[in-house]
Design a protein around this ligand. Sequence first.
Ligand code: TYM
Length: 405
Amino acid sequence: MVSASGQNNRIVSGMRPTGRLHLGNYHGALKNWVKLQHEYDCFFFVADWHALTTHYEDTGDVASRAWDMIIDWLAAGVNPGSATLFIQSRVPEHAELHLLLSMITPLSWLERVPTYKDQQEKLKERDLSTYGFLGYPLLQSADILMYKPGLVPVGEDQVAHVEITREIARRFNHSFGREPEFESRAETALRKTGKKNARLFREMRKRWQEQGDEESLEVARAMLSSQQNLTKGDRERLFGYLEGGGREILVEPEALLTETPKMPGLDGQKMSKSYGNTIGLREPLESVEQKIRTMPTDPARVRRSDPGTPEKCPLWEFHKIYSDKDTQEWAHKGCTTAGIGCLECKGPVIEAVSNELRPIQSRAQEYEEDPDAVRSIIQEGCETARSRARETLDEVRQIMGLQYR
Ligand code: TYM
C-alpha cells in the first residue's frame, strides 16, 4: 500500500508505562516492532501522558516505569540504530496537536469509542470520568498523525483508536484542505509531473472516482510518490485531488496486527495487567513456571482419566502460540483421549516460554547496568521526533490560520 505524501514507509506506535511489559504486549505489538524496524522508518514512544489518563492519582512511578519499559523494548530487540525511540511528554508538540484536533472532534465520536465505556465498566475502582480519559483516543490520534505514518503496529484492542484517527484525519483534511482555487492549483501541480504521468493520473483518477477501482488509486498514488520534483504542498494537493477531497495534510494510517492480536492470559481472558493474569517479560523463570503449572485448564476435566476439550482450555491457547505442529497434535490428542495429564501438557509450554524469555532477560540486565546508554538513546530519539513533529505542526498551524509572521 502506498499512502499519501509518499510516506508509506513510516510506522508509529506507543505503549503506556503502566508496569512491566507482559507477553501480551510482546506478541501483540513488540514482536512486530522488532520485525519491521529494518524495513520502515519507525517511531516508537512511551505514552506517559496516556498512562496518566487512567492512573492520575499515582504518578510517582511513571518515570521509572518508562525507563523500565524502554529497557524491555531494547531487550526484546528494538534497535535504536534503526528506530527512533522517545517519550511522548518530551515532545510537547503532541499536546498542541491534540488541542488543535480537539476543535474539530465531535464529542459523540469520543463517547462511542468502545474502550471508553468498556474501561469505565471494567475498572470501576478507578475514576475514569475525567476529560483526560474521554480525550484519550484523540491524544492517540495526535501521536499518530504527527508523523504521517502508513501503518500503526498494535494489538487488537487498539484498532478502534486507529479507526478514529482515520476519521479525524479525514475531517481535518476536509475542513482545512479546501484552499481557494484548489482545483486549478492541483492542475498546475499535475503538469509538473510531465505529460505522460499527468495523462495516467487523469485516467486513474477517473476510474477511481467513477468506478471505485482501488487498483487505479494505488497506481496513481505510486506515481505521485515516485515524483521527486513535487513540493510537499503540491503532493498533498494531488493526493487530495485524486481522492476527490481537499489537500491531504494529515495521512490516514492503518492498524497492523501480529498473528496474535489478542494474546490470552493465564485465565483465558485477554492478557492484561488489570486482570492480574499476565506473565511478565522479565519475570523470574521460576515464577513463570509456577504460574503456568497452576494455571487453570479445561474446567470439565476434573480427573486425570476424564477426556478434555482443548478449545475450552486456556493452556491450549498457549500451545497454539508456542508449540510446533507435532507438539500441538500430541497435546490435542493426549487431552481428548485422556492420554496425558494437564501437568504433562504444560511441560512444553513452560519450556518454550522460558526459552523465549531467557535471552530477553539477559539482555535487559545488560541495559539495566548501563542506564546512561539508555538515557542517551532517548535523548537522541526525542530530538529526532521533535524536529519531525515541528514540521507537521508548522504546516497545521499555517493551514489553520495560526501563522504570525
Ligand atoms: P498499551 O500500553 O495498553 O499496550 C501496548 C501494546 O500492547 C498491545 N497489547 C496486546 N496485544 C495482544 N494481546 C494482548 N493481551 C495485549 N495487551 C496489550 C496493545 O494493543 C498495544 O499495541 N493506547 C495505547 C498506547 C498508545 C499508542 C499511541 C499506540 C498511545 N498513543 C499511538 C499506538 C499509536 C495503549 O494503551 O497501549
